[in-house]
Design a protein. Sequence first.
Length: 162
Amino acid sequence: MRVYFPIFCKITSGTLLTLTCVLALAGLLLHGTMAEALCIKDKKANLRQGPGKHYEKLWTVFKYMPFKKLKRKGDWLRVQDLDGDIYWVYRKLTTEKYRCAVIKNNKTNMRQGPGTKFPEVSWSPIDKYFSMKVLKIKNSWVHVEDNTGDKAWVYRPLVWVQ
């Protein structure tokens, strides 16, 4: 299908779809509502009520915990977790260089391969808030690595990936 705009140009349906996506993305960027994914890169990080060490510590999380970055204020980032709760974290404890995942529910099975036909790993099942680095996503399965280097596969709907 071709759409003709008098005087300006000739646009195909594929070009129109691409243009629509680009304009939508530009709108999000201009309004600052697009959240970026990040992970904790250190052994642990304290999540605080506000942007500074003098604010109350609300939660301590471990390496590979994923968040959505909402805002930056100096060296502090305002972040959102899988439950939708908002915290502040020191920026130098985070990275955007890789993706991370966190378990959504207690008693989640971790497998040796991407499917229920594969046996569980020796450290399965695991509980909510267990965080891991994402190595690969294959169909509905996520290949992950924990902070000790152990690897496993988990069914995609059971994890929050950022």
